[in-house]
Write a protein that binds this ligand. Sequence first.
Ligand SMILES: Nc1ncnc2c1ncn2[C@@H]1O[C@H](COP(=O)(O)OP(=O)(O)O)[C@@H](O)[C@H]1O
Ligand SMILES: [Mg+2]
Length: 312
Amino acid sequence: MPTAERHSPPPSAAPDGQADAPVRVEGLVKSFGRQRVLRGVTLSFPRGRTTVVLGPSGCGKSVLLKHLIGLLRPDAGSVHYEGVRVDLLSERKLGAVRREFGFLFQQGALFDSMTVRENIAFPLRELEGHESPGEEDRVRRVLRLVGLEETIEKYPSELSGGQQKRVALARAIVLGPKVILYDEPTTGLDPIRSDVINELILKLEHELKVTSIVVTHDLASAFKVADHMVMLHEGQVVAEGSPEEFRASTNPVVARFLRGEASDDELKAIREVTSANVDAARTKGADGFGAPRNDGERAPGKRRTGASGGES
Ligand SMILES: Nc1ncnc2c1ncn2[C@@H]1O[C@H](COP(=O)(O)OP(=O)(O)O)[C@@H](O)[C@H]1O
Ligand SMILES: [Mg+2]
């Protein structure tokens, strides 16, 4: 990977004032069966900056990321990388695009049977077909970047969850990507280990001059790493701006998300489900197998009285 090119925008950049956004999506629509996940998403990811895409679980963040590298194809709309229509590329040509991306998947799975060294060397071997002379140096360099050089001979099972994420991140950057995609990089980590990952995201942005795209529902992480923020809600972009603009946003969806509050509709849906379940449990018996019980045991715990009123 010619690293010298990294600092200047390539000549193939889009001509329409989007030259500073190597990655763009336009009018992205994606459904799975009858479920409409993305409903016309248009976004630009500024070069050399970190964009955080916020949104509740299940809103389509991972689906969006997968479109960027052609792991999913849109039903409508387009995906652009440096002026190339990613959504139209053959699987073979996608390989060249994917090599410019590093991705840290939600389940940043390392190969359990391989050492840290072998895990990180894996993308190099895939690309070059054999061990290359510079391999050892490259593996050590990225491990040093994530602060884990001493783990090189260990197996993933000997590392903590946070260390495994960092090794997965080292593997994601070993080919010298121009764009790094982070899918929920701090999920499942305690606040301290999350902060180590946040620091690494910032460090890689600055040292490797990469364009970073982070999808998360972790607000602390989002505000720490973001230059630019986007809020996805019900398959659409409902807000976009700087972290300061987000904090001050009067958009009800953004404000509620930042406060960690469910919407009235969501609460209503939950209450309906809960009372429906209580009703069902009452008719079946609380063990769910229809076994009759005496009244004293029927409904478990706090929900015992008054959840939906009246006896069925
Ligand atoms: N390959 C798939 N097939 C069917 N449904 C999918 C697929 N991938 C994602 N979905 C559905 O799309 C919705 C959004 O998923 P996802 O993007 O993973 O959400 P999140 O914002 O939590 O990352 C979810 O309801 C999920 O079940
Ligand atoms: Mg996800």
